[in-house]
Design a protein around this ligand. Structure first.
Ligand code: ADP
Ligand code: MG
Ligand code: MG
Length: 878
């Protein structure tokens, strides 16, 4: 196996073997750009080194020696020779950029003898000693693992002693003295001399780069970014060029377009008389690229030309590192540059207009998840802050407000014009009014599909959930984090994109989705096959979703129509002593709900609206049983209170999520579903009479077999007929009736269920919960993180659809259902509808649409386009 390649031998396609840096150095070399010559040791060598207990693979050192000899011939110099030494840099470079994770050693080959040779050869003693002190410093830090502070402190002390502010003010003697000090530090730390032999230096440096792949920071970064651990890093050995040779030299970094805004103009920083990291270290003030035009007109022109060439060649924005040595430009690195989401959109649209890329590629250039950055306020990237605690990033965006501990307090403060954050151990449907009033939501318990998380995402509000470090005392209206006490009214900031919680106000910026945002999404619409609907319970959510391009409602929950000020009516219904009382309560509800439905149908006029009939267990509409018991013991309950207690006891269930809910409750209390359907069809009729175009889909939740579904559907059809007969005569309103497929059994007998259901909507939250037997509210704070850490699960199945298990059920239900009813409409309305990877699966199994929360609609549109393009294969236009 060949472990070492000269730059001339590689290309940009070989980043897995040569690393990103090595592959691009090879590409630039072969483009004829001025790249200092060198060679690359492959990632395979690194992996072999790791696999064999950190021993260099056989033959590697021989290969390095051969390549080094070639390089020496080419440059006419020998590594570290006394008279005129060849110096090299040793640079790490993994297949994926891992900024700041792996380090680089410059000026390797210098020692006590060759430094004088370099001084003589260049007639620049100061430069020679500056290079040498940098080498000892970097080698000490990176190869010998000596804390960087020790060198920095010595340098600082010298500057202080000489009464100067910056390094260029130190002279040759100062730097020679510094070299000695640095060597003293090395001796003190390692109990050995600084290695003088150049080949030994090289070998140590290569091994240090290999080892840095397994360093703590590198491993943490890979985990965070999902980069596999077995890729390994390459090592580049490259002839040094010098930006630290005086005022006619310098070094810089640049982007071919502005990486923050996407504006089409070169952007960069330049530092005179400097080497390597000086530019980014921030010790000295850099100059903008434009300033080079007057100082180095030729290099500046050549640099701009080169940047243009690179951009045309890579057909993308590139970032580059360059050095000018005594008026000569050298290219030291390039790669496709990182950018903000706003810049990515603008660049994609601009490059399409410039003819650099086609529409298809422009759409593929934007990652769906990037769009999230543009739809929500964010902490100002320049803000400095220390998080008080970190929880789960449950709903993206940032918010600042005063702490409130109850929904009522939140509403009260909000009404006084305050911006508030609702802080709760967890939330329940009772807290909805407080969540609406709040800028953001923070909970100490609950996971990514807890009530707080799901509702916050639905509302597009930031939320941090399951922040276990918060010790919340609602009654005392305060919380503790360690020794810190936060009281009601204190200012707090939360970042739902990262999960950070910060005491005090962090500056927040709100990005504006601009023209390119709409353009990319319109293009995406041209490629996608999947429809995109939204989960929306309220007219306002529907309006927002429609603006984001939703093509209907895939899930309109009706729980909220039974809560808030309706609760007493619902409780009267539950407590009803006879049928007359029941009917009276239901009539009242029907009247109120009719108005709810009118609002939603109006907001989605002309588009389908899937209304799910009541789903939660009845006890959710009763007061907390423990509280009632306490009040009863204190003798505080009145007659109604005692009846409520009785009902709560009667409806209490050991496992309510698997108990009397969904269609089961509907069958036990048939008046409920009839009432809802009547309210819905009356609303549709009202809309129609007002000139509207309502499309109603009635969805029965939690069915497990055909007979129960058939019974519930028969009521829907009866009510439909009554309504139609009352208003127009037969055939009045266009409607469909179907079910939510959310129990494993429903999926298994989908062929039977499809005999009566006209559509399926996969409720993948419950389906995941029941397929795994995971209680989603309980596992996320407990064993799930450990499972993910140990790779016992590839991902949180409530975030990304479990294709192997749950997906198999979905696929089976699709096939069985369509076999019975070829025109069966199929959609998904779980949280997964807004997850890009899950959207791809939905495309692949042939669903008709996905439905997700309003703020995820743009993301789903783009993900659906990506899925269609990926399925069509590369180079295809459809
Ligand atoms: P990173 O991956 O952290 O950017 P690099 O390997 O790119 O590390 O090295 C950092 C800097 O060191 C480069 O930007 C460049 O300024 C300098 N450098 C690296 N190799 C050379 C070289 N052969 N000649 C001159 N400077 C170099
Ligand atoms: Mg670099
Ligand atoms: Mg469900």
């Amino acid at each position: 196996m060949q472990y070492v390649y000269a730059f001339e031998e590689g290309s940009k396609e070989q980043k897995y073997v040569l690393g990103g840096k090595g592959a691009n150095l090879a590409e630039m070399t072969n483009l004829g750009l001025p790249v200092p010559p060198g060679f690359t040791i492959t990632t395979e060598a690194c992996n072999a080194y790791m696999a064999h207990d950190r021993t260099l693979p056989d033959g590697l050192l021989d290969e390095v020696a051969t390549r080094l000899a070639d390089l020496e011939t080419k440059m006419g110099k020998r590594l570290g020779a006394d008279d005129d030494p060849l110096l090299v840099s040793v640079r790490s470079g993994a297949p994926f950029s891992m900024p700041g994770m792996m380090d680089t050693v410059l000026n390797l080959g210098l020692n006590d003898a060759s430094v004088t040779g370099l001084a003589k050869q260049t007639n620049n003693e100061r430069f020679a000693y500056d290079s040498y002190r940098r080498f000892v410093q970097m080698f000490g830090k990176i190869v010998l693992d000596i804390p960087a502070e020790r060198f920095e402190a010595a340098l600082e002390a010298l500057r202080h002693a000489r009464g100067v502010a910056t390094d260029p003010e130190l002279n040759a003697e100062d730097l020679a003295e510094l070299v000695e000090t640095f060597q003293g530090i090395v001796k003190d730390a390692t109990q050995g001399e600084f290695p003088q032999e150049p080949h030994e230096q090289l070998r140590y440096a290569i091994e240090a780069v290999f080892q840095s792949w397994d360093g703590r920071r590198a491993r943490d970064y890979r985990k965070l970014e999902g980069i596999p651990d077995d890729l390994g890093t390459a090592v580049n050995v490259q002839t040094m060029v010098f930006g630290n040779k005086g005022d006619d030299s310098g070094t810089g970094v640049a982007f071919t377009r502005d990486p923050a805004t996407g504006e089409h103009r070169p952007y960069g920083d330049f530092l005179r008389d400097a080497q390597g990291e000086d530019v980014v270290a921030g010790i000295r003030t850099t100059e903008p690229l434009d300033a080079m035009a007057t100082q180095f007109p030729d290099c500046h022109r050549q640099l701009l030309d080169t940047m243009q060439r690179l951009e045309n060649h890579y057909r993308d924005m590139c970032d580059i590192e360059f050095t000018i040595e005594q008026g000569r430009l050298f290219m030291l690195q390039t790669r496709v540059g990182k950018r903000t989401a706003a810049a990515a959109l603008r660049m994609a649209v601009d490059m399409q207009a410039e003819g650099l890329i086609d529409t298809r590629e422009a759409v593929l250039r934007i990652q769906p998840a990037q769009l999230d950055q543009l739809l929500h306020p964010q902490f100002d990237p320049h803000a400095q802050y220390t998080p008080l605690a970190t929880g789960l990033n449950a709903s993206p965006g940032a918010a600042v407000g005063t702490v409130t501990f109850t929904a009522d307090d939140a509403v009260a403060r909000h009404e006084l014009g305050e911006q508030v954050i609702l802080v709760r151990p967890e939330t329940s449907p009772d807290d909805l009014h407080g969540m609406i009033a709040a800028e953001g939501i923070l909970t100490s318990r609950g996971g990514l599909v807890s009530h707080a998380a799901v509702v916050a995402r639905g509302m597009g509000k930031p939320a941090v959930c399951g922040c276990a470090a918060l010790d919340i005392d609602v009654h005392a209206r305060q919380l503790h984090v360690g020794d810190t006490i936060v009281r009601e009214g204190d200012l707090i900031s939360i970042n739902g994109t990262t999960g950070e919680v910060v005491l005090g106000a962090v500056p927040v910026i709100t990005p504006e989705p601009t023209g390119p945002f709409d353009t990319i999404l319109e293009w995406a619409d041209g490629f996608r096959r999947l429809g995109v609907r939204t989960n929306a319970d309220l007219p306002n959510d529907a309006i927002v979703a429609r603006q984001f391009g939703a093509e209907g409602i895939g899930l309109c929950r009706t729980e909220h129509m039974f809560l808030g000020d309706r609760l007493p009516i619902v409780q009267r219904y539950i407590l009803a002593a006879n049928e007359a009382e029941e009917i009276a309560a239901l009539d009242e509800l029907e009247h109120l709900q009719r108005a709810d439905f009118v609002g939603i149908l109006e907001a989605m006029d002309g588009l389908p609206v899937t209304v799910r009939l009541l789903d939660p267990p009845l006890h959710e509409f009763l007061p907390d049983i423990e509280e009632l018991l306490v009040q009863d013991a204190r003798g505080e309950l009145d007659d109604t209170g005692r009846r409520l207690l009785h009902a709560a006891q009667q409806w209490r269930e050991a496992n309510p999520m698997l108990g009397t809910r969904g269609v089961r409750l509907g069958i036990l209390k048939p008046g409920l579903y009839r009432t809802q359907v009547r309210a819905l069809f009356d609303a549709a009729t009202e809309r129609k009479l007002a000139g509207g175009d309502p499309h109603v889909e009635v969805m029965i939740p939690l069915a497990v077999n055909e007979p129960e579904l058939a019974l519930a559907i028969s009521w829907v059809r009866e009510v439909a007929e009554e309504t139609a007969t009352e208003t127009y005569g037969a055939g009045g309103i266009n409607y469909a009736v179907g079910t939510m497929v959310e129990t494993p059994r429903a999926a298994l007998v989908a062929d039977e269920i499809a005999r009566v259901a006209e559509f399926f909507s996969f409720g993948t939250n419950d389906l995941t919960q029941m397929t795994f037997g995971f209680s989603r509210d309980d596992i996320e704070g407990r064993f799930l993180p450990r499972y993910l850490e140990l790779h016992l699960l590839p991902a949180n199945p409530f975030e990304t659809l479990d294709v192997d298990g749950v997906g198999k059920l979905v696929r089976m239900a699709v096939e069985l259902g369509r076999a019975t009813r070829p025109d069966l409409q199929l959609g998904i309305c779980g949280e997964h509808g807004g997850d890009p990877a899950s959207v791809a699966f939905c495309h692949e199994v042939g669903l008709d649409y996905v439905s997700c929360s309003p703020y995820r609609v743009p993301l789903a549109r783009l993900a659906a386009a990506h899925a269609a393009l990926a399925a069509a294969g590369p180079g295809s236009t459809a």
